[in-house]
Design a protein around this ligand. Structure first.
Ligand SMILES: O=C(O)CCC(=O)C(=O)O
Length: 302
């Protein structure tokens, strides 16, 4: 659980970088499964004639970037920038991270003892020098409040920070150089702020991010976790290194809390099935097998 001074810092800043939370015994099998998934994607691109070099000898940190470079002329802006369960990147190693006890205890310190893990988690290979893997400044609220009919949102001071909490987990060491997450310290205290969609249809504040606080770069190492809430303004810049900035981001809410992600409303749980990942009553926590069954039903319905 979080200590009092960590909770105070979280209330003040709207985020926390916590060191050495996730053990390698959880992260390594997950990275291995992502590596296997990348292999499948590469074989599909190869079979479709979109690439001619498999880059089989390249390491996890570089291989997908080399393939993206070869494939960019074919796929252009349609290249994949993130994978989730709906893309087929779904397995027990991801479940093991979502229910990891130190992580869910941290989430419970903020959200309360019963925690819901949403099914919309994302694995993001931010490849070097590729603007389509960057994200403008935004508050996640913009994507969780059912906004979507217009390109302008006037803001709402009554929106709380308790809708969705993100656990952003690096799968390599991250810094400003390879495109770690940037956050505006204390921005959550401004409520849900006026925003408009940019040319890429991404929500972004009307005013400059620096009007809401100081920008920080969340440099982190493997095993660390970044926690922030749906009102904390954040952005994802360019990767200026020679390797991929891998991460996975997980989303949690208090159980039974309605969220309206991309206007899916009640359909969210049918399309992206979530589950109780922590409870003081262990019988309420869904097993891997039960979550897998829920996803299989969802995928068959699609
Ligand atoms: O990881 C990134 O590059 C962007 C992540 C993000 O914006 C988010 O998790 O809301």
């Amino acid at each position: 659980m979080l200590k009092e001074e960590e909770l105070d810092r979280y209330d003040q800043d709207g985020y926390l970088v916590l060191r050495n939370v996730i053990d390698r015994s959880v992260l390594d099998p997950m990275c291995h499964s992502i590596d296997g998934f990348v292999e499948e994607q590469i074989m599909e691109l190869y079979a479709a004639g979109k690439i001619s070099n498999l880059h089989s000898d390249a390491p996890f940190e570089k291989r997908w970037a080399m393939v993206c470079r070869d494939n960019s002329l074919q796929e252009g802006e349609n290249r994949v920038v993130q994978w989730g369960a709906g893309s087929g990147l779904f397995n027990e190693t991801i479940y093991n991270l979502l229910v990891e006890r130190r992580l869910t205890d941290i989430i419970a310190s903020i959200l309360g003892p019963e925690v819901w893990a949403h099914g919309d988690y994302w694995i993001r290979p931010k490849v070097p020098a590729d603007p389509i893997t960057t994200l403008a400044w935004h508050q996640d609220s913009n994507y969780y409040l059912g906004k979507g009919d217009s390109d302008y949102y006037e803001g709402d001071m009554t929106v709380t920070q308790g809708i969705v909490l993100t656990a952003w987990v690096p799968l390599v060491d991250v810094s400003e150089h390879n495109g770690c997450l940037k956050l505006v310290r204390g921005s959550h205290r401004h409520g849900s702020i006026a925003a408009r969609r940019n040319e890429l249809k991404q929500w972004s504040p009307v005013k400059k991010a620096t009007e809401y606080g100081t920008v920080i770069n969340a440099s982190m190492q493997l095993g660390d976790v970044l926690i922030f809430n749906n009102l904390t303004m954040h952005a994802s810049g360019n990767n200026n290194s020679d390797h991929i900035r891998w991460n996975i981001d997980l989303r949690y809410s208090p159980t039974g809390h309605a969220v309206d992600w991309h206007k899916l409303g009640n359909e969210l749980d049918a399309r992206f099935p979530g589950f109780i990942a922590r409870s003081d009553d262990p019988a309420k926590v869904m097993s891997w097998k039960q979550w897998q069954d829920k996803w299989n039903i969802s995928l068959t319905a699609k």
